[in-house]
Design a protein around this ligand. Structure first.
Ligand code: ATP
Ligand code: MG
Length: 760
């Protein structure tokens, strides 16, 4: 059992408790993922067949890493474990069972773009205004319904849902949902949510199928359980219901996908579903220094809704958390890049040891620019996927159509690309005729003479013959030869080759890269089926990170906080700590949204092992306009004893963009969002006496650090804590800390730079 040495007693307890339901809800960095990894290895070492183990992870990358670690302990047997994301695992199962649900086994997986394109077509057909029925909005509404297992029939009959839709002036969403489902079905396509929705349907309608998988997956494990939605919860519950060997791990404080339907209730349900549940507590954080853990604890203590946990670190205190203020987003990028350069030189770290985390993808621009200037190699994770690029989608659309000619989105995409004289009018006629005859677009173009007039019939006839020829060759050729044949004979390769612009060259190279990937795939020896159809199955589920050709390259990592979940880096830079950016403007309307943002901040800081840097800019370009920004309220919430201000940037007065009056103005004119400031609760430590403080309605005109002349004895008003008196000032500008006795909540120490304070 020497392989269990690297576990503490609680972790080991959870690993060795292989029978029955097990739940671990514990703080960040406490070894939850490690427990799952060791548990799987332990199961296999104890004689469990790897084929009987199912592990559900949050990303494909996480699954890959876990499998590698397990391989170190149990060898190649690890290959046989079922391991992956919910979507990839259940897509695989659906391929086997699809025909029971009336789908072809080579059904297409529609990505978000495909889904929205279907929705747009439906909206057009129903004559609905796509400003009111914004396709994103409708997509999210349908997605939420599916993830709560509300089928379109139920959606249309549910009084509450109908009332909501009517109230928002969008009473037709139920109808759109119905037609959307029918379109997807007719096209032999499932969208992302269908992969879970249809799995539930399958397990419900076919008890024999359920029984088969219950027996197959004798041991189930789920990582990041806090971010599962109802649909996922139910699949897991059903699969586990015979053996009940189910182990889930997660952290309620890291639940950051409620906006996509993740339901924290799943943790509470779990306790109800399994009364004889074994619960294990992990409290020691092995990832981060004490300072980082303390900062994380002090952030999350501001949330009302949380399961109380005690997280501690036995590592060194480590450096204080550096906070940097820049006067623009570009300067912020420059400071981060210079800091990375310097840290790497002085501490002998690799580029790999650094990560830059941001709230929104758009923030990567200023970071990238700054890194490029210093020649620092970097990699952006989770950005636009390789498979989302136009030219890649075009070629893949030909593949999709070859294997599933009913795939209407693929058909519409390439019927006239490269141009072959099939204009929009002809395409409209094909669509119309399909609608009138209640058949698919493909059926129309297969027999053009029957459904279309002479001229249109000729050109689409050539196209359908071309696709049919692809269907024939894919039966005999290897994946690579077939793909190359299609790239050539569709005319796509030639079209890109003839475009001699830099972009054209780039696109051509991307196609080459895709073909290389397919070549590698067709030469793989570890799988039996290597046809192009097999390669295609998971493509829609791949992300940029899965396609990473060089995962071990020494580069700085850039990613959104959402995609950093579960990862760790020695040094982390969290950038853009500004009001309306982080917390995002969208989150300011309700406490629950704001708390989700705070959990996101908690996730961000807990990625850091040794050094954590936080920064904000006082001005930033947004949609082409320069706007003033003010520091995030989250900074204000951190206990200042763990912070070190690193304002080597301009002094306030030198800076044209940092002007108290203007900042105050910008907050007061902030779309009426000010009301949220009357709501937040004071820190947990003062909970019992804080009732009045919560109700404090701030006067107008707050600005951070409007306190140049502050002296001991002065009366002040804090935006949230109310009125108080300054009892001590210490430290040099700009790091002055004030100790203030607030009437309602008692004594508190604040960093003046962040404190939203006014002299009264
Ligand atoms: P997160 O909540 O961020 O997903 P987690 O709880 O899954 O974190 P892990 O990623 O499993 O935590 O572990 C955090 C780090 O601590 C990893 O580097 C892991 O190898 C290390 N670690 C965990 N437990 C131990 C232990 N008992 N001894 C040494 N290192 C450990
Ligand atoms: Mg983890």
């Amino acid at each position: 059992m020497d392989y269990l040495q690297g576990l503490n007693p609680q972790q080991r307890g959870a690993v060795e408790q292989t029978k029955g339901p097990v739940m671990i809800i514990a703080g960040a960095g406490s070894g939850k993922t490690r427990v799952i990894t060791y548990r799987v290895a332990h199961l296999i070492r104890s004689g469990v067949d790897a084929f009987n183990i199912l592990v559900l992870t949050f990303t494909n990358k996480a699954a890959k890493e876990m499998r590698n670690r397990i391989t170190d302990v149990v060898g190649l047997e690890a290959k046989n474990i079922w391991m992956g994301t919910f979507h990839s695992v259940f897509a695989k199962i659906l391929r086997v069972e699809a025909e029971k649900l009336g789908y072809p086994s080579n059904f297409t997986i529609y990505d978000t773009d495909d889904s929205k394109s279907v929705l747009k077509a439906v909206l057009k057909e129903l004559n609905l205004d796509d400003k009111l029925y914004n396709p994103n909005f409708v997509y999210n509404r349908i997605s939420a319904a599916k993830n709560n297992l509300v089928a379109w029939q139920e959606y249309q009959q549910n009084d509450q849902i109908q009332a909501d839709d009517f109230q928002s002036g969008r009473g037709q969403i139920g109808k759109v949902y119905e037609m959307y489902v029918q379109r997807c079905y007719r096209a032999g396509a499932m969208d992302f949510d269908d992969l879970l929705f249809k799995t539930n349907e399958l397990l419900k309608l076919y008890p024999d199928v359920l029984y088969k998988y219950q027996n197959k997956f004798k041991y189930l494990m789920v990582d990041e359980y806090q971010d599962t939605n109802f649909s996922q919860y139910l699949i897991v519950k059903k699969l586990a219901s015979i053996n009940e060997n189910i182990c889930v791990v997660g952290d309620d404080a890291q639940s950051i996908y409620a906006f996509r339907g993740a339901n924290i209730q799943n943790i509470l349900n779990f306790e109800k579903d399994y009364p004889d549940l074994h619960v294990f507590k992990l409290e020691q954080n092995y990832r981060s220094t004490q300072n980082i853990v303390n900062v994380a604890n002090s952030i999350i203590s501001n949330n009302k809704e949380q399961l109380k946990k005690n997280v501690f670190s036995e590592k060194d205190h480590g450096d204080k958390i550096k906070v940097n203020r820049a006067f623009s987003d570009n300067e912020e990028g420059k400071t981060v890049a210079e800091s990375i350069m310097q840290e790497r030189t002085t501490s002998g770290l690799k580029w790999n040891d650094f990560a830059i985390l941001y709230r929104t993808n758009a923030q990567s621009r200023s970071m990238e620019e700054a890194l490029r200037k210093l020649n620092i190699p970097y990699k952006i994770y989770g950005g636009l996927s390789f498979y989302q690029r136009k030219e890649i989608k075009d070629l893949i659309a030909y593949f999709r159509l070859t294997f599933n000619p009913n795939d209407e989105e693929a058909l519409k995409r390439v019927i006239n690309y490269p141009r072959r004289g099939i204009g929009d009018t002809t395409v409209d006629r094909v669509i119309l005729s399909a609608g009138q005859n209640n058949i698919t677009l493909w059926e129309v173009i297969l027999e053009p003479a029957k459904y279309l007039d002479g001229r249109s019939a000729g050109s689409v006839g050539v196209f359908s013959t071309l696709i049919q020829s692809f269907q024939v060759i894919t039966k005999t050729l290897s994946a690579y030869d077939a793909a190359l044949h299609i790239a050539q004979h569709s005319g796509l390769l030639k079209d890109l080759y003839e475009d001699k612009s830099v972009e054209g060259l780039n696109r051509y190279e991307n196609i080459q890269e895709l073909l290389n990937g397919i070549k590698e795939f067709s030469e793989r020896e570890d799988i039996e089926e290597r046809g192009l159809d097999i390669f295609m199955q998971d493509v829609a589920l791949l992300t940029n990170d899965d396609n990473d050709k060089n995962p071990n390259a020494d580069t700085v990592s850039l990613m959104t906080i959402h995609s950093s979940k579960g990862l760790e880096f020695p040094q982390v830079y969290v950038v853009g700590l500004e009001e309306n950016l982080f917390p995002s403007q969208m989150s300011l309307n309700s406490r629950s949204d704001l708390e989700e943002e705070r959990r996101l901040f908690y996730v961000a800081v807990t990625r850091a092992e040794y050094k954590l840097n936080i920064s904000y800019a006082t001005s930033r370009f947004k949609f082409g306009t320069l706007i003033n920004c003010e520091p995030s309220r989250f900074l204000d919430e951190i206990d200042p004893q763990y912070l070190e201000l690193d304002f080597k940037a301009k002094q306030k007065n030198d800076n044209p963009f940092f002007n108290d009056e203007r900042t105050a103005w910008s907050r007061n004119s902030n779309n009426g969002n000010n009301d949220t400031f009357s709501k937040p609760k004071p820190p947990a430590a003062v909970k019992t006496t804080s009732l009045l403080a919560k109700a404090h309605v701030p006067s107008a005109g707050f600005a951070p650090s409007d306190t140049n002349n502050l002296q001991v004895g002065m009366e002040v008003e804090h935006e949230r804590f109310g009125f108080g008196k300054v009892i001590n000032l210490e430290g040099k500008k700009p790091d002055v800390k004030a100790t203030i006795f607030f009437k309602e909540i008692g004594q508190k120490q604040l960093l003046l730079k962040f404190a939203k304070l006014r002299i009264v």
